[in-house]
Design a protein around this ligand. Structure first.
Ligand code: ZN
Length: 346
């Protein structure tokens, strides 16, 4: 459901004259409309206001222009609808330990980038970022995902419980120390049969995935095992750290914390995991499946089903949207061979 444009007051930065305008965000830009005014400002040129409890919201534009909105509640609703990630920043700001940890991590990151480059720098910053940051990131991402692209699950409770119980039972075969915190949630979505892991251990499985697989719960366990591998390796956080890195450096230099992690969902949407991360998650999946005495080759049947579904439904553009989700991963010959080989040792 689209929100109506937000009424605000625009100052052009040259004259003190206020212009009544309406604001809208679309296609990566802030659109300002008023009498004789039609401006579109790329979002990276916009310095959003910090969210305080009361008072006027003042947004600064790169060219010196300003937007004022006296109705802070209306602003917050409008901005949360479009911005989502602000709630993360606000929450981090509310917890100053979180801020400190993040700043420490970012400083470590800066030094590390200079020394070793991007992937190793991300690795280094993961050592500094406490697990609590993963959880905050994950919660915020789930909120944003729910607003943008998912609806409540239509799966019967009993069906959800069945999948959940089967996976929990499989995980119980692993040494407890090697199992990260995880939580399985179901959602209806337009990304088709899919699954993805968020930072902090929340794994989303779409209803369509359950429908696609049917009663063969082992296959769903295999998908979840792969996603748990991503959780284990903190791939979600690593990826967010890597893709926000450049923005982060800029934010640090400018001392503007609020842009630090802004745009999380958009970044999540554009990002992919590396081939190494995918393979590592597959290795973790095989380990879990073997421990639970489930044939790893069961994963191959899923690759086939997904390929069929893709053919039947035509390439869904939203799959590009979510590169980190299961069905977006390449199921190339090498990957198929990997699970088949693991199956032989079974
Ligand atoms: Zn994956």
């Amino acid at each position: 459901m689209p929100t109506p444009p937000l009424p605000a007051t625009y100052f052009d930065g040259l004259q003190a004259r206020p212009h009544p305008v309406t604001l809208d965000i679309a296609d990566g830009a802030l659109h300002i409309h008023g009498d004789g005014i039609a401006r579109s400002v790329p979002l990276h040129g916009v310095r959003w206001p910090e969210r305080t409890r009361h008072g006027m919201r003042v947004t600064h534009l790169a060219d010196g222009g300003e937007l004022h909105c006296a109705d802070s509640a209306a602003w917050d609703r409008w901005y949360l609808y479009h911005g989502q990630s602000e709630s993360l920043v606000v929450r981090l700001q509310q917890s100053w330990r979180g801020v400190l940890a993040s700043l420490l991590a970012m400083v470590a990151l800066l030094v590390a980038v200079q020394q070793w480059g991007l992937p190793l720098a991300a690795q280094a910053s993961l050592l500094v970022l406490p697990q609590s940051v993963d959880v905050t990131l994950g919660d915020t991402t789930l909120l944003a995902v729910d607003q943008d692209m998912m609806r409540p699950s239509q799966l019967p409770r009993a069906e959800q419980a069945r999948v959940q119980a089967a996976f929990a039972q499989a995980v119980a075969h692993l040494p407890p120390a090697s199992v990260p915190d995880w939580q399985l949630v179901f959602r209806a979505s337009h990304i088709g049969p899919n699954a993805l892991a968020l930072p902090g251990g929340t794994i989303i499985m779409t209803d369509e995935m359950v429908y696609l697989v049917g009663r063969d719960t082992d296959v769903l366990t295999a998908v979840l095992a792969h996603e748990l591998g991503h959780v284990q390796h903190r791939d979600g956080v690593r990826m967010l750290v890597q893709v926000t890195l450049l923005g982060t450096v800029g934010s640090l230099v400018l001392g503007d914390f609020s842009t630090l992690l802004a745009g999380t969902t958009a970044l999540l949407g554009q990002a992919d995991y590396s081939c190494e991360a995918e393979h590592a998650a597959d290795v973790a999946a095989v380990q879990l499946l073997q421990a639970a005495r489930i044939d790893p080759a069961t994963m191959v049947t899923l690759f086939d089903k997904l390929a069929e579904a893709r053919k039947a439904k035509h390439a869904d553009t939203s799959e590009h949207w979510l590169g980190i989700a299961f069905a977006s991963h390449p199921n190339d010959a090498e990957r198929v061979r990997f699970f088949q080989q693991a199956g032989k040792g079974h």
